[in-house]
Design a protein around this ligand. Structure first.
Ligand SMILES: N[C@@H](CCC[C@H](N)C(=O)O)C(=O)O
Length: 276
C-alpha cells in the first residue's frame, strides 16, 4: 500500500496533501523533494501533512514542506486547502473552526462556494523578528544586490517576506532579482520575494518568488505581507484585492494589532497514491 494523497490548489499555488492522523512517518526532506519533482514525481509548490493537534480545540495541525524539501512555517493558500480537505473529510460540521500551523493557531471560516477566510497572524516588522540583517526598522530598506540598487519593504507573517515595488509586474525580473535577494546574506533564514504593482488604494498586482519553490502562481502569506507592508507605507487602504497570476485573494488588516485576514478559494484536483 502506497502513500495516499490529494492534489489541491489555492489560486494556482499547488499542493500535495497527506493525512498522517492515523500514524505513518512524516516525509523526509528527500521524499518531499522527490514527490515535488514536476518531471519524475507528482509536482507541487508545497506538501502539507495533516496531523493530530497538540493542544487546544483545533481540529488538526499541519506542517509545510517546500518543493525543495525544506520546511516552512506559514502557508496561507495551504491553510485554506487543509481546511477544505478537513471539511470534505467530515472533521467538522461547523463553519468556524481552528487549525494549528507551525506559526500558531489559525482561525478559519468556511464562507461557502469552496472559499475560506482565515486569520493568518499579526505581521511583524522588527528586523530581528523577520529575520533581516538591518539595524533599524524602516518602511523601506535599500541595499546593493548583485550590482543593482534595490529598495524593498520587509515583514514576517510567521515566514520572511521582502516586497519590491515595480511599475509593471509583467515586466519584472522576478526570478533574477528574487534569486539574488535570496542568495544575499541579508535574510539569514532566506526570504520570499514579492513584486508589487499598486493599481489603486484597494487593488494591487503581485508576483512572488518563493523560498524553496521559485515563482508560484499565488502566495497567500506573500499577499498578506505585501498588503501589511503597503499599509505601513500608507500606500493602500485596509482592505485590498490582490491579483496574482493564478487568481485573486482579498486581504484585510483592520488594525495594527489585529491578525491579517485572507479570503480565497481552495480546490481539489485529483486523488493519488505514491508507491515509488
Ligand atoms: N505558498 C505559501 C508560502 C509557502 C512557504 C514559503 N515558500 C516559505 O518558505 O516561507 C503561501 O501561500 O503562503
Amino acid at each position: 500500500m502506497g502513500l495516499r494523497f490529494s492534489k489541491m490548489h489555492g489560486a494556482g499555488n499547488d499542493f500535495v496533501v497527506i493525512d498522517l492522523r492515523r500514524g505513518g512517518p512524516a516525509p523526509t526532506p528527500a521524499l518531499a523533494a522527490a514527490i515535488g519533482n514536476r518531471h519524475t514525481g507528482v509536482g507541487f509548490d508545497q506538501l502539507l501533512t495533516i496531523e493530530t493537534p497538540e493542544h487546544g480545540d483545533a481540529i488538526a495541525r499541519y506542517r509545510i514542506w517546500n518543493s525543495d524539501g525544506s520546511l516552512a512555517q506559514q502557508c496561507g493558500n495551504g491553510a485554506r486547502c487543509v481546511a477544505a480537505w478537513l471539511v470534505r473529510d467530515g472533521a467538522t460540521a461547523s463553519a468556524r473552526f481552528a487549525l494549528e500551523s507551525p506559526a500558531g493557531r489559525v482561525e478559519v471560516e468556511n464562507i461557502g462556494d469552496g472559499r475560506y477566510s482565515l486569520a493568518l497572524g499579526v505581521p511583524e516588522f522588527a528586523p530581528k523578528r523577520i529575520p533581516l540583517r538591518m539595524d533599524f526598522e524602516k518602511p523601506e530598506y535599500g541595499a546593493e544586490i548583485g550590482g543593482r540598487e534595490l529598495r524593498f519593504g520587509a515583514a514576517s507573517m510567521g515566514n520572511p517576506h521582502a516586497l519590491i515595488e515595480v511599475a509593471d509586474v509583467a515586466k519584472a525580473d522576478v526570478a533574477g532579482i528574487g534569486a539574488a535577494l535570496q542568495a544575499s546574506d541579508l535574510f539569514p533564514q532566506g526570504v520570499n520575494v514579492g513584486f508589487v504593482q499598486v493599481l489603486h488604494r484597494d487593488e494591487i498586482r503581485l508576483r512572488v518568488f518563493e523560498r524553496g519553490a521559485g515563482e508560484t502562481l499565488a502566495c497567500g502569506s506573500g499577499a498578506s505581507a505585501a498588503v501589511a507592508i503597503l499599509i505601513r507605507q500608507k500606500r493602500v487602504d485596509r482592505l485590498v484585492q490582490v491579483h496574482l497570476p493564478g487568481g485573486s485573494l482579498a486581504i484585510a488588516w483592520p488594525r495594527d494589532d489585529a491578525p491579517v485576514r485572507m479570503a480565497g478559494p481552495a480546490a481539489f484536483v485529483f486523488e493519488g497514491e505514491w508507491s515509488a
